[in-house]
Structure formats: structure tokens, C-alpha cells
Design a protein around this ligand. Structure first.
Ligand SMILES: NC(=O)c1ccc[n+]([C@@H]2O[C@H](COP(=O)([O-])OP(=O)(O)OC[C@H]3O[C@@H](n4cnc5c(N)ncnc54)[C@H](O)[C@@H]3O)[C@@H](O)[C@H]2O)c1
Length: 412
């Protein structure tokens, strides 16, 4: 049997052993299984491995695992590509398609909406079934997926009946991650940790080992609610800016100037309007808080969804006026600096307006979309290029010999 690290050190350095070192060494002995290696789970596993923890990343996507094992996995973010090659990460992180025995299971699984606009827990339920088969007394579970308020406290019941007598600590922790800067946000953002009866010292030590922001421990429900409020706040404020800009445009008022002037007020901060919101969080999470059709959240969700129709109408007119031209649409990530097309407004718009003279291109080679052209043939074949979410460096690189005319301003 392998001798735990803390025992080896304890024997050698008895004199110098203090409580803090003891806890750190016990922590480094824990085996962590991160379940779901997506936008959150994979960088999070790497951060834990870099901090010295033994981490096993478990996913059901065999293609992704093959790339990870052969070290051919490519992130969109340079920082993450550097981190995955870090010696400590290479030493401490392994990948598998079978859940391995661990002491700590961290769930980073998708939580999309179902047809009734409730949280779809199918991925979490499947993983919990797997965990039920291997979980032992005193093991711990951390839920990092965004869920409805109260779900974390139900996990014990969901784990199979015979396991219910085991003493298992269950925590809720959420991440903040912006495309292009995921690593920074995971390390420097404050963490709100939900812990009902769990070991608070353990959970705070675990996150303190890599988080440079502050750590706040509260109960599971409050931690779940905090995550939902953060994304609802973003949804509301983007929707508000978009709606206000439309009202001002109808009245022939320069909304940009008015927003700037309004933001001179010390307690006002109006955001920029946008052509809808996308991704796995903002268009989904507010419904976890409340999904009544008559509720304010549904109304704001509708503003952000409807704006996709406003933009589509503008583009339809543009296509009609350019019937003889071949038009290529670019940049389908839900926002700048990401290939993530989940709930992506550009993708929804393209699918709404697409005619036979319309094509799509992107530097994301795995994009499955009608009339897709590789970037070089799109540049050769098409006469007009409509750019959604491509960052400036990408535009400068690929379109360097093209003449730019702002033929259609989607927002203004
Ligand atoms: N993406 C973000 O910026 C972000 C930010 C904060 C919170 N979140 C939340 O984190 C959670 C995960 O989001 P994500 O964007 O990382 O999702 P993702 O879709 O990128 O990744 C999920 C991964 O889980 C895997 N998976 C699915 N079922 C599985 C199973 N039964 N066992 C093992 N692996 C399985 C998938 O193959 C995939 O690789 C969601 O609840 C999301 O709302 C996401």
C-alpha cells in the first residue's frame, strides 16, 4: 500500500511539523476526480494539478480525451495552452473515460434548459449514478455546475440509497470565466463557497491553494443563488441598454452620446447594447431563478431574444439589396475571443436569414453550419463579408488586403 505523503514527511521532520503544514500535506494526498472536461472542468483540473493535487479528469467525450492524451488539445487561449504543457500539470493530471476511485469528486457538467425552461439535470444525474458505485465514507463532492436554488442539498438523496448512511460532505462552488481570460478569472476572482455541514477548513484550504481573490463561505442555497443573480444582473443590464438604445433611435436621439452623459452620474452605469446574449450562462441561468411567463425575468429574456429578430430584419433587407452578390458571414462565437457557439446570436441570425447567395466562414474549423466555406475559399468566392464576432487581430490578419466599407452597422 502506498504510504501517504504526510506520513513520510511527519516521520522525517517531526520537530518542524506544524498544523498548517500537516493540513497542506493531507490535502496533497487527496485524489481528485474532475467530472466533465469542458470550458470549466478542463482549466480547473489544470489549475488544481499545478497546485500539486493529483487529479484525474473524467469525460465521456472520447474524441476530446484522445486529443488530451496525445497532447494535441488546443485551447483558444494562449495562457491555457501554456498551462497544459506545465511540468507539474503533466505530472499530476491524467485523463480517463471511466470514473476512477477518488476522495473528492468535482462536477463540472452541462446544465442546459429543458423544454419547460427548467434546469435539465440529466448529465448530473448520470454522473451521480457513476459516483454512487465508488463513493466511500468521508469522501467529498463539489458541484461547480450552475443549478436551481436547493439542488445541492438534494444530492445526498440522489446518490443511491445504500450510500445514504455514509458521511459525505457536499459543497457548491461556482466559477467566473470570460472567453480569452478564463485562467485569470479562475485565479483572481473572489469565490463564494456553499458549505452546509461540510468541513469548512478543508474547502477553504483547497480553494486558497490557488485562488488569489477573497473566499467567502456561506450556505449552499445562498451560494447557488449568488451565481444566478450574477448572470441575471448581466442579462438585465445588457437588455436594458439594448432596449434604451432602440427607444432613443426611434426618437432620433444619439444613444451613445446620451449613455455617456448619463454615465457621468456617480451611480449610473449603462452598458453597451448588443445583438443578443449567448453562451452557456446568461441566456439560461436567469430562468433557473424564475421562469414564470409573466415574470420580469422572462420579459428581459424576451428583449434579448427579440433583438435577434430586429437584427435579422436589417440583414434581410441588406441581402435583398445585394441579390446578385455572394455574401459571407463570419465570426459565430457567442462573443469575441471564443469558438463557443452555444446559444450564439450570430448563429441564430445566420440560420434565420440564410438565402442561396449566403455563405458562412470562421476560423473555427469544427463548425457545423449550412453553406460553410473554408476561410481562404470564402475570401476568394464572396463579394461581401459580414463580420459578427471576430476580434481585431483576426480581422487584420485575414482581411489585410481587403478594402473595408461599413455597409451595414448592426448595432447603431
Ligand atoms: N462556460 C462558462 O463560462 C461557465 C461559467 C460559469 C459556470 N458555468 C457552468 O459550468 C457548468 C459546465 O459548463 P461548461 O461550459 O464547462 O460545459 P461544457 O459543455 O463545455 O463541458 C461539459 C463537459 O462534460 C462532459 N460530460 C457530459 N456528461 C458527462 C458525464 N455523464 N460524465 C462525464 N463527463 C460528461 C462533456 O463531454 C463536456 O466535455 C455548467 O453548469 C455551466 O453553466 C460555465
Amino acid at each position: 500500500m502506498e504510504i501517504p505523503l504526510w506520513k513520510k514527511c511527519y516521520k522525517k521532520n517531526f520537530k518542524y511539523f506544524n498544523k498548517r503544514k500537516f493540513i497542506i500535506l493531507i490535502m496533497l494526498d487527496i485524489k481528485i476526480s474532475v467530472i466533465g472536461l469542458g470550458y470549466i472542468g478542463l482549466p480547473f483540473s489544470m489549475i488544481l494539478a499545478k497546485s500539486g493535487f493529483k487529479v484525474n479528469g473524467y469525460d465521456v467525450d472520447n474524441k476530446k480525451l484522445k486529443k488530451l492524451k496525445s497532447k494535441k488539445y488546443l485551447f483558444e487561449e494562449k495562457n491555457l495552452n501554456n498551462l497544459i504543457k506545465n511540468q507539474k500539470v503533466l505530472k499530476n493530471l491524467s485523463f480517463t473515460n471511466k470514473l476512477k476511485l477518488a476522495n473528492l469528486y468535482i462536477l463540472c457538467l452541462p446544465t442546459p434548459l429543458n423544454k419547460k425552461n427548467n434546469c435539465d439535470y440529466q448529465y448530473i444525474h448520470k454522473a451521480l449514478k457513476e459516483i454512487s458505485k465508488v463513493i466511500k465514507d468521508k469522501d467529498k463532492i463539489i458541484l461547480e455546475s450552475t443549478v436551481e436554488i436547493g439542488f445541492t442539498d438534494k444530492i445526498k438523496k440522489i446518490l443511491e440509497i445504500k450510500k445514504k448512511k455514509l458521511k459525505i460532505d457536499i459543497y457548491y462552488v461556482s466559477e467566473k470565466a470570460i472567453p480569452g481570460n478564463t485562467l485569470y478569472e479562475m485565479i483572481y476572482s473572489d469565490r463564494i463557497i456553499g458549505s452546509n455541514i461540510g468541513n469548512k477548513e478543508f474547502i477553504s484550504k483547497l480553494y486558497k491553494s490557488f485562488v488569489k481573490g477573497n473566499i467567502f463561505i456561506t450556505n449552499n442555497k445562498e451560494a447557488e443563488a449568488t451565481k444566478l443573480i450574477e448572470n441575471t444582473y448581466r442579462d438585465f443590464n445588457i437588455g436594458l441598454a439594448t432596449n434604451l438604445s432602440q427607444i432613443l433611435k426611434e426618437k432620433n436621439v444619439d444613444y451613445k452620446k446620451v449613455f455617456n452623459l448619463s454615465n457621468r452620474h456617480p451611480r449610473v452605469n449603462i452598458l453597451s447594447p448588443s445583438f443578443g446574449v449567448g453562451g452557456h450562462c446568461i441566456p439560461i441561468d436567469p430562468y433557473f431563478l424564475e421562469n414564470k411567463k409573466s415574470g420580469l425575468i422572462s420579459k428581459i429574456r424576451k428583449i434579448n431574444n427579440d433583438y435577434i429578430d430586429v437584427i435579422s430584419k436589417k440583414i434581410n433587407l441588406f441581402i435583398k439589396n445585394n441579390e446578385s452578390k455572394k455574401i459571407c458571414f463570419w465570426g459565430f462565437g457567442y462573443k469575441l475571443n471564443t469558438n463557443d457557439t452555444r446559444e450564439s446570436p450570430p448563429l441564430k441570425i445566420y440560420n434565420k436569414v440564410r438565402k442561396s447567395n449566403c455563405f458562412a466562414s470562421d476560423f473555427n474549423k469544427s463548425l457545423k453550419i449550412r453553406n460553410f466555406l473554408k476561410s481562404n475559399s470564402a475570401l476568394k468566392k464572396c463579394d461581401l463579408h459580414l463580420i459578427f464576432n471576430l476580434n481585431d487581430s483576426c480581422i487584420n490578419r485575414k482581411f489585410k488586403n481587403k478594402k473595408f466599407v461599413k455597409a451595414l452597422d448592426l448595432i447603431n
